[in-house]
Design a protein. Structure first.
Length: 187
């Protein structure tokens, strides 16, 4: 099952991430053959809200979108809130979209998308408490297990992980999507 061999996927997270929303997609894309890299504003290790520790590979200040084929944004309230306050994380996210690369986002991971201004005209889902923020940023929010919009894969909660992981691997396999852009749509 190494059909994504040669691809490199960035996971952007910090302390307080939702454990399964990091570990389950990580395992899914790794099993599909990708190289996975954990990017964080923190150095050393970060800890999920349920205690999972993950080794940080790269600082957000050193991350370059050109070095990756896709981005995954796990949830967790503290994680999502802190990442959107990290200017290099926001810039990295915006650059991934500008380069038309697939992005997987689940739960509260979507907060950074509002700060990166990349959801205008897009359809996605998230944890329900983010729907107003996403709509205010110009997105169409829907309550569905998994939503795919031109390379943007989104889901609501850990219970959606099987569907999220399947679509994430599929979109990474498809590669760049011209509809995946950091340029806000007209309107």
């Amino acid at each position: 099952m190494a059909h994504l061999s040669g691809k490199k996927v960035a996971f952007l997270a910090t302390n307080g991430f939702e454990d399964s929303e990091l570990t389950s997609p990580w395992e899914a894309v790794r099993e599909a053959g990708t190289e996975v890299v954990l990017i964080s504003p923190e150095s050393g290790t970060i800890t999920g809200k349920k205690g999972h520790e993950a080794k940080v590979d790269l600082a957000t200040s050193d991350a370059r979108a050109a070095d990756f084929d896709a981005l995954v944004l796990p949830g967790g309230v503290a994680n999502g809130d802190h990442l959107r306050m990290d200017a290099p994380a926001v810039s990295f996210t915006r650059d991934i979209f500008a380069q038309h690369k697939p992005v997987g986002v689940i739960c509260h991971g979507g907060w950074i998308l509002t700060d990166a201004d990349v959801v205008r005209g897009r359809t996605l889902t998230s944890y329900p408490s983010l729907q107003t923020d996403l709509r205010n940023a110009g997105a169409t929010w829907v309550d569905e297990e998994v939503v795919v919009d031109a390379g943007l894969v989104s889901s609501r909660t850990p219970k959606d992980l099987p569907a999220f992981n399947d679509k994430l691997v599929e979109e990474i396999g498809e590669g760049e999507h011209t509809g995946q852009t950091a340029t806000p749509a007209a309107g």
